[in-house]
Ligand binder design. Structure first.
Ligand code: DGL
Length: 268
């Protein structure tokens, strides 16, 4: 069923991810656009997205985006590298609202960096899709882009076990593997990974890592402005939903976001 969406500049901006990861993006967007209203959906029932098939990701996203249409959102921010990599191309013209995918929106700015060797940490699905090298290659075919899948990082963040010795060991081992390729910069190509900067910067300079959310937020602001969709009546409302374990989300989110109350449980 296609719900026809009607929105205006005062309608909310929607975000979704498999869990708390997208909060790293919401944080940056909210800093640039503090007067907007926001709706966030964390699909915690289906985390990790990085281990899901394209069909599964299409099914989850379809329900979530239709929910956002029913809330008359003006835009959906795919605050998730995995869905941006695997399904964005298949759904980009399907809905009546703007859709911003993180990878495609920041590829040009990454491609313009004055470096030759770029590492990307990401989920299995993002790495397998090859989207980072493909998108960056459109703007700078000379840049060598090599990816590494980090199988345990999303769980470390969702389970809030950042201080465990075993988590620190896992992150260090993955970083050591990446460093064998001599990257000049490393993109945190999963929105959960900026939560791990505290660990990563114990073993390498913090400037080595790029959180693309910063540039993504600027891209979104510029595009909303160009489309005359920046808010006029500043209601500044926020709604948070999850598909399972609201308390767990609430606890993990504290590292990155000042959520006032527990998110609402909502499944489709
Ligand atoms: N945070 C998402 C991403 O950027 C999904 C991670 C996952 O659930 O595997 O890829």
């Amino acid at each position: 069923m296609n719900i026809s969406n009607s929105y205006n500049c005062d309608s909310p901006i929607a975000f979704f991810d498999s869990g708390v990861g997208g909060l790293t993006v919401l944080n940056k967007v909210k800093k640039l656009l503090p007067d907007e209203s926001y709706i966030y959906y964390g699909d915690t029932l289906h985390v990790p997205y990085g281990e899901k098939s394209k069909e599964e990701l299409l099914e989850y996203s379809d329900k979530i985006i239709k929910f956002f249409e029913s809330k008359h959102c003006k835009a959906v921010v795919m605050a998730c590298n995995t869905t941006s990599s695997v399904i964005y191309d298949s759904i980009k013209d399907k809905y009546n609202l703007k859709i911003y995918p993180i990878v495609q929106s920041v590829a040009e700015i990454l491609a313009e960096m004055p470096i030759d060797r770029l590492g990307v940490f990401a989920t299995r699905a993002t790495i397998n899709s090859n989207v980072y090298p493909k998108e960056i290659g459109k703007y700078n075919p000379r840049m060598s882009v090599f990816g590494q899948h980090c199988p345990n990082w999303v769980n470390i963040v969702e389970n809030n076990t950042l201080d465990d010795v075993s988590s620190i060991e896992i992150v260090k081992t993955d970083l050591d593997n990446m460093m064998k390729n001599n990257p000049e910069k490393i993109v945190l190509g999963c929105t959960h990974y900026p939560f791990l900067l505290k660990i990563l910067s114990k073993f390498a300079p913090a400037e080595l890592f790029i959180d693309p959310a910063e540039n993504f937020a600027q891209y979104i602001k510029a595009d909303l402005e160009k489309s005359s969709l920046l808010v006029k009546n500043k209601l500044k409302q926020e709604e948070f939903y999850v598909s399972s374990a609201p308390q767990k989300f609430f606890e993990a989110s504290k590292m990155f976001y000042n959520l006032k109350t527990k998110p609402e449980l909502l499944t489709f």
